[in-house]
Design a protein around this ligand. Structure first.
Ligand code: FES
Length: 87
C-alpha cells in the first residue's frame, strides 16, 4: 500500500494492495485518461513531483524511468510511502 497526494486538488488517497493507482484516482473523481490499463500505451502517464515510482510499465523510455518524474498509474506502484502527483 502507498499514498497518492495530489498537488493541484490537495487530495490524499490510499492505494491498497491489489488496487491500481488508476482505479483509486478514478474512484476519487480525478480525470485521468487511460486506455490499455496494462502499461503498454502510455496514455495514463502522469507527472510525479515527489517520491519514487516502482515502474511496472513497458512504455516509458529508460531515461524517463530513471528520472522518476513520470509514472503510469494503471500498473506502476511506489517505492516510497507516498507519491506526489501533478493532479
Ligand atoms: Fe496504457 Fe496506463 S493505460 S499505460
Amino acid at each position: 500500500p502507498f499514498q497518492l497526494r495530489l498537488a493541484r486538488s490537495g487530495a490524499t488517497l490510499d492505494v491498497p494492495a491489489g488496487t491500481t493507482a488508476l482505479q483509486v484516482l478514478l474512484d476519487a473523481g480525478i480525470d485521468v485518461n487511460y486506455s490499455c490499463e496494462s502499461g503498454v500505451c502510455g496514455t495514463c502517464t502522469t507527472a510525479v513531483l515527489e517520491g519514487t515510482p516502482e515502474h511496472r510499465d513497458s512504455c516509458l523510455m529508460d531515461a524517463e524511468r530513471a528520472d522518476n518524474r513520470l509514472f503510469t498509474p494503471c500498473c506502476s506502484r511506489a517505492r516510497t510511502a507516498a507519491l506526489v502527483l501533478d493532479l
